[in-house]
Design a protein around this ligand. Structure first.
Ligand code: BG6
Ligand code: MG
Length: 219
């Protein structure tokens, strides 16, 4: 029986990748002196802020102190927040609000499972905070995806088991986290990119509760 759905944030409920890209690119150019491309940005999907910074720093020959790294993460996040401040409910990706509303109406629990420390602000801006029963984010978890901690904690907080919970993820590491944790997983994106997902759709507008029950709980 379908009891709960857990959603990644960036790339599933909202397209923030372009804002992360703009902020990391500015940092790479202005502070580190390396190039940062869209392909690089793809590698950062699902990684924590520190892991993302370390990826960019690995392109440089210079060594940076912990203080410098801390300041870089702060600057990047300040720039990111300027862009995030402009988000409105119209920026929720297709199908997001309708699916969350229909899950709530059907008594199916909902939760967020994200690496982002900015998750509470972003769901507030999107006008969907009241549609999520729990928020497990980068302020709470200690192990990054592909470790399943974020989704395991989400299921525990909702008092459901992974076998009755579906995770929605756009990152390879996030899909791996879901499968390692024993969850069913719907990939958001391209089937060729998300091979470990049980099935893949372009966005949440393709998802109905009937489809989920049919795919995962009809046997
Ligand atoms: C993930 C994004 O959801 O959150 C990553 O896919 C991002 O790109 C990570 O680095 C951490 O986000 P934040 O908002 O805490 O810097
Ligand atoms: Mg994501």
């Amino acid at each position: 029986m379908l009891s709960a759905c857990l959603f990644d944030l960036d790339g599933v409920l909202v397209d923030t990748a372009r804002h992360h890209f703009a902020a990391w690119q500015r940092l790479a150019q202005e502070r580190i002196g390396v190039t940062f491309t869209q392909q690089d940005n793809e590698q950062l999907k699902g990684l924590s802020r520190l892991e993302s910074l370390n990826y960019i720093l690995s392109k440089s020959d210079r060594n940076f102190s912990e203080e410098e790294k801390f300041q870089m993460m702060k600057d990047k996040n300040d720039w990111y927040l300027l862009l995030v401040a402009e988000l409105t409910p119209e920026d929720a990706l297709p199908g997001t609000t309708a699916l969350l509303q229909s899950l709530k109406a059907s008594g199916i629990k909902t939760g967020l499972g994200s690496a982002s420390k900015n998750a509470p602000l972003i769901i507030e801006k999107l006008g969907i905070a009241h549609l999520l029963d729990v928020v497990i984010d980068g302020n709470i978890v200690s192990k990054s995806k592909p470790d399943p901690e974020v989704f395991i904690r989400g299921a525990e907080a909702l008092n459901v088991s992974p076998s009755e919970t579906i995770v929605f993820e756009d990152a390879v590491s996030g899909v791996a986290a879901a499968k390692t944790g024993g969850f069913s997983c719907v990939g958001i994106g391209q089937p060729d990119d998300l091979k470990q997902a049980d099935f893949v759709v372009p966005d949440l507008s393709f998802i109905t509760i009937a489809l989920l029950n049919n795919k995962f709980f009809s046997h």
